[in-house]
Write a protein of this length. Structure first.
Length: 310
């Protein structure tokens, strides 16, 4: 295993951080890794997903957490959207600049035959007749939107394709979610390794050898390996250092105030129409399944003074 600087390794371990960013000694290779077990378990609890949709949305959430860690500002957000034409329907994962994530799958309960190797058939659930959309909101007038055709619907390959096509960054992405027979999540995680400009052919060959020699993410995690261990394996021979680490979680930022603001954005005439149909509106958050009950009469009475509703 690579010699990771012990001080940074100890601080990351002691703080129980599950997302880390590392870099090779010469600065030519950067590594992002996350143990997303708790994130995917919370998603499964909220959405009551079947095994294959737990694996699909879990992989997308894992990728989003790492890509959130790539954002330059804590206020920035990144959205990953998969529309592959498969029976799972649309999948969505949103991460903030802290790496916290939330997600949604259009059809959470889906049963499909296993693949020949006995693994869940995520590619068939997602489909590959569609696109991966990556939307970065950096507080500018318009968000940056990148779109690539799906390669396989298995998600890791599609993330790799996005970086190669839209950002011209040679990338390796590995994602995994292991679901127990009772549909609980045994483990989940992933890593992204990127080559920065100036990498030599020797470095590329060594990196390829390291990654090809690694077991799957779920195998490593189920054997008790940590994200730091995966960093050491992927960057063996490069004297990697941990740049930073933090704790990330499944976190929905919905609130009654946000729901009221969305209703106001429809305009007063539209809200009046809704009120005439039913004065009590029920709005369900797609990310956490929390239902908000909004008194539309009160909303209209306090249209110019939202604080009066609180």
């Amino acid at each position: 295993m690579a010699d990771i600087k012990q001080t940074n390794l100890e601080s990351a371990t002691q703080a129980n951080h599950n997302l880390l960013r590392g870099i090779s000694e010469n600065g030519g290779i950067v590594f992002y890794g996350v143990d997303s077990t708790a994130i995917v378990a919370e998603m499964e609890r909220l959405h009551k997903t079947s095994a294959v949709t737990t694996a699909a949305l879990g992989r997308l959430l894992t990728a989003a957490a790492m890509m959130g860690g790539m954002l330059k500002s804590r206020q920035d957000t990144i959205t990953l959207q998969l529309r592959g034409g498969g029976p799972a329907g649309r999948l969505l994962a949103v991460a903030d600049g802290n790496g916290n994530v939330r997600g949604y799958v259009e059809n959470p309960v889906l049963e499909l035959p296993l693949r020949e190797n006995g693994h869940l058939n995520v590619g068939a659930a997602v489909g590959k007749d569609g696109t991966l959309d990556v939307i970065r909101d950096m507080g500018l007038r318009e968000p940056y939107v990148g779109q690539v055709p799906l390669v396989s619907g298995e998600i890791a390959e599609d993330i790799t394709s996005y970086f190669a096509t839209s950002e011209q960054t040679p990338t390796v992405c590995a994602l995994g979610v292991l679901v127990n027979p009772d549909l609980s999540v045994q483990c989940a995680g992933g890593f992204i390794v990127q080559l920065l400009p100036g990498a030599t052919e020797e470095e590329i060959s060594l990196l390829e050898k390291n990654i090809q020699g690694m077991q799957s993410v779920t195998t490593l995690l189920s054997e008790g390996k940590s994200v730091q261990d995966m960093l050491g394996m992927a960057l063996a021979g490069f004297a990697p250092d941990i740049l930073d680490s933090e704790t990330v979680a499944y976190h929905c930022n919905c609130s009654k105030e946000r729901v009221q603001a969305v209703l106001r954005s429809l305009g007063r005439p539209e809200v009046e129409k809704l009120r005439d149909e039913d004065p009590l509106a029920e709005v369900n958050c797609q990310f956490c399944n929390h239902t908000y009950k909004i008194d539309l009469n009160s909303l209209l009475e306090n249209w110019q003074n939202p604080k009066a509703e609180e």
